[in-house]
Design a protein around this ligand. Structure first.
Ligand code: TXA
Ligand code: MG
Length: 350
């Protein structure tokens, strides 16, 4: 923990929420969080996608501490969150395509990869000459950015490789007193991380990470073809978006996927997750569903919260229905996260 965090911990307002580290988003608390950030502390903030672990983006020492806290490799660059055009121009060189997408989707769950300015420390971009930028639409994140008036580097607020947080308590569960300042913005409205679109080659726009904004929507707005980035073996060593390593977002409990409509080879005592409420009672007590009617919005909103809950419930194995092969959009993003979560690796864990 940074020394300044200790000092701010003593000054912390008494007005706490669900846990002693969670603060309701009152004007007073947002003012306190802005001051803590300016003094070099890391704090957790709500966004409409997932909670972020935020620090001042232009301060290399603060950004280094984000990597340390998450256990994140230094090759995996951070997303910079901006509240205004001025913040954006401080960190990125804005292109015509970026302007078009910003007009359509900002503030919102779309991250743009653009050429960086000199002001951005190398640690933020992992030495790349590009930077990931996003303007969140969560009102609490917006109020904090306006009060602070500086860009914020903020990866998802989870230990590297573990499931992203979509509730303030998820951050507290994972980090405990290592992240003593968590601003509560309620349940994340989307529940999955932003779509990342690479605009650095204007003639070959690519989606690096699927999310709520689809390739089809981006392609229509830009009036040009937009592809999903194709993985190859080299990507495993230095992927374009290192968050897209084959295994990521994983619970510690083994997660296995089963085909919709098939009977999973699940043993008694193992947990079973369906995308929508099953029509029969077969399968016993340890059955859960992500949505009553299978709506992708609801599935996305509940996915990380249910995986975290079941991961802490002592099941030997969690089975989850595999979303159907979907070309694009939120369903593709859900499928992508589940396939990565089911890919075995060394787990980070809370
Ligand atoms: O919804 C979100 O994007 C959330 C909220 C907090 O905003 N943030 C988030 O950050 O998901 P993180 O760090 O967990 O994921 C950021 C991804 C990583 O896969 C990283 O490799 C990629 O963005 N990235 C960052 N900068 C990049 C760059 N210059 N080029 C390519 N990929 C980049
Ligand atoms: Mg992440």
């Amino acid at each position: 923990m940074l020394d300044s965090t200790q000092e701010f911990y003593r000054k912390a307002p008494p007005d706490r929420g669900a846990s002693s580290f969670v603060y309701p988003p009152t004007d007073g608390n947002i003012g306190f969080f802005a001051k803590a950030l300016k003094a070099g502390c890391l704090v957790a903030i709500p966004t409409e996608t997932v909670y972020g672990l935020a620090g001042i983006a232009l301060d290399p020492a603060v950004c280094r501490s984000i990597f340390t806290l998450k256990g994140r490799p230094l090759i995996d660059p951070l997303i910079v969150h901006v509240g205004t055009e001025t913040h954006l121009e401080q960190v990125a060189k804005v292109t015509p395509a970026a302007r078009t997408l910003m007009e359509a989707y900002w503030p919102g769950p779309l991250t743009l990869i653009l050429k960086k300015t000199k002001a951005v420390p190398d640690i933020v971009t992992a030495g790349k000459d590009t930077v990931a930028v996003r303007m969140p639409r969560h009102p609490v994140a917006q109020q904090l950015l306006a009060t602070l008036d500086a860009p914020l580097a903020a990866p998802s607020a989870n230990p590297f490789g573990y499931i992203s947080p979509s509730r303030a308590t998820h951050v507290a569960d994972s980090f405990g007193k290592k992240v003593p300042f968590i601003l509560d913005g309620g349940e994340s409205e989307i529940g999955l991380e932003s779509t990342i679109v690479d605009l650095t080659q204007p003639s070959a726009v690519e989606i690096l990470r699927p999310g709520a904004v689809s390739a089809k929507e981006i392609s229509e707005i830009l009036d040009q073809p937009v592809d999903h980035h194709r993985r190859d073996v080299a990507d495993e060593i230095a992927p374009d978006a290192p968050g897209m390593l084959a295994s990521h977002y994983s619970p510690r409990t083994p997660l296995k996927l089963f085909q919709a409509g098939s009977v999973p080879p699940c043993q008694p005592g193992e947990a079973l997750i369906f995308l929508r409420a099953p029509r029969t009672d077969a399968g016993g007590e340890d059955r859960f569903w992500l949505s009553e009617n299978g709506s992708p919005d609801e599935v996305a909103r509940n996915l990380f919260a249910l995986l975290r809950r079941l991961d802490g419930a002592g099941y030997p194995c969690i089975w989850c229905e595999r979303p159907p092969e979907a070309a694009d959009g939120l369903l593709l993003a859900i499928r992508d996260r589940l396939i990565r979560a089911a890919t075995k690796k060394k787990a980070g864990g809370p």
